[in-house]
Design a protein around this ligand. Sequence first.
Ligand SMILES: Cc1cc2nc3c(=O)[nH]c(=O)nc-3n(C[C@H](O)[C@H](O)[C@H](O)COP(=O)(O)O)c2cc1C
Length: 381
Amino acid sequence: MNTNVQNNPHAARAENDRKVLVRDQTPHIFRPIAFRSVTVRNRITVSPMCQYSAHDGVANDWHFQHLASRAVGGAGIVFTEVTHVEPRGRITPYCLGLWNDEQRDALARIVRFVKAQGAAPGIQIGHAGRKGSTARPWDGGKPLTVEQGGWQPIAPSPIPFTDGYPAPLEMDRKMIDDTIALFAANTQRAREAGFDIVELHAAHGYLIHEFLSPLSNHRSDRYGGSFENRTRFLFEVIDAVRSEWPDTMPLFVRISSVDWLEGGWDLESSVRLAQMLKAGGKVDLIDCSSGALDPRQKIKIHPGYQVPFAAEIRSRAGIATGAVGLINAPDLAEQIVANGQADLIIMARGMLNDPYWPLHAAKTLKTKIPWPVQYERGDIF
Ligand SMILES: Cc1cc2nc3c(=O)[nH]c(=O)nc-3n(C[C@H](O)[C@H](O)[C@H](O)COP(=O)(O)O)c2cc1C
């Protein structure tokens, strides 16, 4: 059980209401789900979303309102944007970090509030690899030189992301070991901050994905070449994270299920990886995203376009999955969970559009979920 339920009257009331609802044929997206010791109040998850608004990696009032308002809006899990394990692992100079205690304490304040609303706070942790050191999207998003406040990125192989990006520094063995240790230190601070769930960012062309994909990993040592070698870095990071993250707490992994390019990471690789993760018993859910390793990717986007990945991985690996990507209609979200294609619905842009999406979706699906008591008088439409 979410520990805050015991000493928070709002959460206790919500818990009680939920029990009644479940007996009453609640829509699937509003049914609770347990991951190890953490029970989440529904299947609606706020996807990690960079806000590019931190200074020195420290969360501030912007991050507070971003995460707090979505917990108030009824989401089951509220994920932070990716928090980076070291300064050169950031995407932009304005990304969040968790390499010092000041950063931990700023996140802890947000965690306390999110929990008090009955949502489970999750933290995504990662390293940007060769896609680090860029300007914020609204400043053009281009790579930054050292003179412009950037840094030299690191990667498994010295292959730039695309034209105009610098060649990253190829990681040597010591750099690999040091980076893995940074993931453990980041996780320790996440635990101290009070998060309920850790998600490893192994998707979207960032460092871990760069090791996984044969397009970005040309190494000839034990971290490159065969499938076993390319997945080794991820497994070592998982071991390091688990050394600091209790067995009672859930660990998710976000992957790019496919690179959308010939010769890249494909769905068979994802299924095989998920089967190994399931067998290893350290990971509880695969968050099934895709792409972003190489700008030559060819994607046909439509509502729910990545759901087939979540469904295939779930059925063939027997592990819980999260479906993400243009799932904005309540009916579609409901079908995905009801049909057993995924266990969680993970939403990004739809949640930017409407932080109260879960409260509104309940209306559309003709069910009732508890509103925060302070806002009950707004439940009029
Ligand atoms: C503003 C913004 C920031 C994002 N930042 C992250 C991030 O920090 N980590 C991550 O894994 N994905 C990130 N994404 C991708 C989303 O989590 C999500 O996978 C993607 O937007 C597709 O879901 P949607 O159609 O519901 O937006 C971001 C997306 C947006 C729109």
